[in-house]
Ligand binder design. Structure first.
Ligand SMILES: NC(=O)c1ccc[n+]([C@@H]2O[C@H](COP(=O)([O-])OP(=O)(O)OC[C@H]3O[C@@H](n4cnc5c(N)ncnc54)[C@H](OP(=O)(O)O)[C@@H]3O)[C@@H](O)[C@H]2O)c1
Length: 340
């Protein structure tokens, strides 16, 4: 099969299209003929090997353990392992290919990928393969951090900082689907998109600082983390909750070694004393459950993935460059057609 190969950590420009062996599905795995895959910030992290700490977290010490990048994909089931009960050849599916976190290559930038069955869900008919493949990682991180969005009470005030990005746009729609009043913050050119996704109020971060408006929120879902927690606290109800996702803007944060890990550890330590930093007391959904929730919300039209652009597999380098250098709106996708 044809696949994008990453031999070492470095630049997306080092990626190459090569002919490699087709994977063989294990007993609990499904072999998927890939139709679309998503280029998102975590794929960039593993291609560059930055922050370096990710190499110790399972991505591979000297070079990537799996040479084929990509974690989010959709496609058609080609064959199934002998223990697979949930899918059959011919089923359209989508999912995340990595069993643990997204800081590892998952083999999605290829004509075929083998995926554990509990990481997949059936693709709803009302979304395209590109739309479906844009959802898994961003949707999982949004759901795992919102925990149980059905516990949001109608009318609760939620602020999504970075609402126009991959994770933020899904968090915005999840909060709206559960009746919250959502304020979304992002740059000037994304404000119309935020309104079209259902935001009740939009704020332009180039003009306004949400921590200084005198408005308090029940939940702040913070993707860029550009304000210290002490400032965000000004905008939180006393019994409100703060969630940091963290965005390094493709290395612009300069934290090459540990990335945002020290910042997260500080917040975890502070959560011993500050209730607003504690989780909601419900366990994180499993990937299987979260994929089922995302599937249902897509099928019901409650979340609508926005696609910025699509590139064929052989132009993966350009897809990365576009994501990093240009002003994108929505996800950058790779499509895998017969002719690659
Ligand atoms: N995607 C995942 O599944 C996942 C999982 C784990 C961790 N993460 C981390 O989560 C981060 C976010 O991923 P993503 O896919 O949502 O990234 P993204 O699509 O680049 O979204 C980030 C958004 O934040 C906006 N932003 C930048 N500075 C801002 C500011 N000062 N105030 C408000 N908004 C601002 C960006 O706008 P501009 O375009 O104007 O800069 C962009 O719309 C990534 O760094 C990733 O490592 C993601």
């Amino acid at each position: 099969m044809k696949a994008i190969i990453q031999e070492k950590y470095g630049s997306p420009d080092d990626l190459q299209l090569r002919e490699v062996d087709k994977p063989a599905p294990g007993d609990d795995e499904v072999l998927v003929r890939v139709r679309a895959a998503s280029v998102h910030p975590d794929v960039w992290h593993v291609v560059t090997g930055r922050p370096y700490v990710l190499r110790l977290m399972g991505a591979g010490l000297r070079k990537p353990r799996n040479p084929i990048p990509g974690t989010d994909m959709s496609g058609i089931v080609e064959s199934v392992g002998k223990s697979v009960t949930r899918f059959r050849p011919g089923d359209p599916v989508f999912g995340e290919t990595t069993v643990k976190h997204q800081w590892a290559n998952g083999g999605a930038f290829a004509e075929y990928v083998s995926v554990r069955q509990d990481l997949l869900a059936l693709k709803p008919d009302n979304v395209t393969f590109e739309q479906a493949a844009s959802v898994p990682s961003s949707g999982l991180i949004a759901l795992q951090n919102l925990r149980d969005p059905s516990r949001l009470r109608p009318g609760q005030k939620v602020l999504i900082n970075g609402g126009g990005g991959g994770v933020g746009a899904l968090a915005l729609q999840l909060a709206k689907a559960h009746g919250a009043h959502v304020t979304a913050v992002d740059g000037t050119r994304k404000l119309d998109m935020l309104r079209s996704l259902g935001a009740d109020e939009v704020l332009d971060y180039t003009r306004e600082d949400f921590t200084r408006r005198g408005v308090r929120y029940d939940l702040i879902f913070d993707v860029p983390g550009n304000h210290p927690f002490s400032a965000c606290r000004r905008a939180l109800e006393p019994d409100g909750r703060y969630v940091l996702i963290g965005h390094e803007r493709f290395g612009a944060s300069g934290k090459r070694v540990f990335g945002l890990v020290p910042h997260f550890l500080t917040l975890i330590f502070l959560s011993r004393f500050v209730a607003q930093l504690r989780g909601p007391g419900v366990p994180m959904p499993t990937k299987k459950d979260a994929m089922g929730t995302l599937r249902d919300l897509l099928a019901a039209g409650k979340i609508t993935p926005i696609i910025d652009s699509t590139y064929p597999l052989r132009r993966a380098r350009e897809a990365f460059r576009h994501m990093i250098e240009d002003e994108i709106q929505g996800k950058v996708m790779i499509t895998v057609a017969e002719a690659v």
